[in-house]
Design a protein around this ligand. Structure first.
Ligand code: AMP
Length: 283
């Protein structure tokens, strides 16, 4: 019996392996990534393994979610190392598509409303259209039973839940908690862009976010607490703050003043030394 390969690069190879597993009665879990993997990504594999028999990860730097002037060209590419890490983490197959996933005549776009509106969309209007396309395409190719996405990209997680529900894609979307560095900075492939000074400033984000969430939970006015957090970020050395917002944890409707009975989430996007960071936490 030939050994199944660990890395596949074509849709045909991918579908063939998936159908073999299906025939053997296995369930399939899927973890899409853009590579440059860290422990946060690997935690998604661990989570997926709790919910499915065979785990497939993908590595694809999706051009449609980058705008002109963003870091598509310089996004870190470490495929060999990534594949090794995935294997050690217990992943069963890595799909690294060769070339573009968008055909020459590709002409379809997706527009998502609801949780995709506001926050990231106010600053990166192209982003969720690009995410919607690639996630839909990958889910259609892999056809997994479950797919795991990180709460690190909280608005993305809710948006993907919306898309799969609205488009009847038969997959269960599972969220996974944010993995952090020792100082609380959320792990991210883009953290490697930082020099030492930038990295030290970035470490303040989590502390300021936690303090803000605590204040709001204790009953502080949301506008006052978020304004204080913005000031604290700027004083810590962040060059700009796109948003510090409190939103309903399910709909992402902004809660401007008080929590009411809502389950709330604090979401932040801020830039430090040219690197834009996003983070969030439960309130
Ligand atoms: P990316 O490679 O940045 O597109 O991320 C791939 C997946 O990993 C997404 O579902 C992210 O939300 C998730 N992810 C990224 N960073 C973290 C982290 N620090 N903790 C948990 N999941 C993460």
């Amino acid at each position: 019996m030939p050994q199944p390969r660990f890395i596949v690069t074509t849709e045909k190879q991918l579908r063939q392996q998936v159908s073999e597993w299906r025939l053997a009665g296995k369930t399939i879990g899927f973890v899409p990534t853009m590579g440059a993997l860290h422990a946060g990504h690997l935690s998604l594999i661990t989570k997926a393994k709790k919910h499915a028999d065979k785990i497939i990860a993908s590595i694809y730097i999706n051009p449609t979610q980058f705008a002109e002037g963003e870091d598509l060209g310089s996004y870190p590419r470490t495929e060999k190392k990534d594949a090794k890490m995935l294997q050690v983490a217990g992943c069963d197959l890595v799909y690294i598509p060769k070339g573009s996933l968008y055909g020459e005549h590709h002409a379809t776009s997706l527009h998502v409303g609801g949780a995709a509106l506001g926050l990231e969309t106010d600053y990166r209007p192209h982003f969720f259209g690009g995410v919607a396309l690639i996630v839909t395409k990958l889910l259609n190719r892999v056809q997994p039973d479950i797919a795991v996405f990180g709460e690190k990209d909280y608005q993305q997680l809710l948006t993907i839940r919306r898309i799969t529900s609205d488009l009847d894609i038969p997959v269960k979307i599972i969220g996974a908690p944010i993995m952090r560095e020792k100082d609380g900075l959320a792990m991210s492939s883009r953290n490697q862009y930082f020099d030492q000074e930038g990295r030290a400033i970035a470490g303040h984000l989590n502390r300021i976010m936690r303090a803000c969430a605590k204040e709001i939970k204790a009953g502080a006015d949301i506008k006052h607490a978020t304004d204080t957090a913005i000031e604290a970020l700027l004083s810590a050395g962040f060059s700009s703050v796109d948003y510090v917002s409190v939103a309903d944890a399910k709909t992402l409707k902004i809660l401007p003043h008080s929590l009411d009975k809502n389950q709330a989430r604090l979401l932040i996007a801020a830039t430090c030394k040219g690197v834009r960071l996003i983070d969030n936490c439960k309130i």
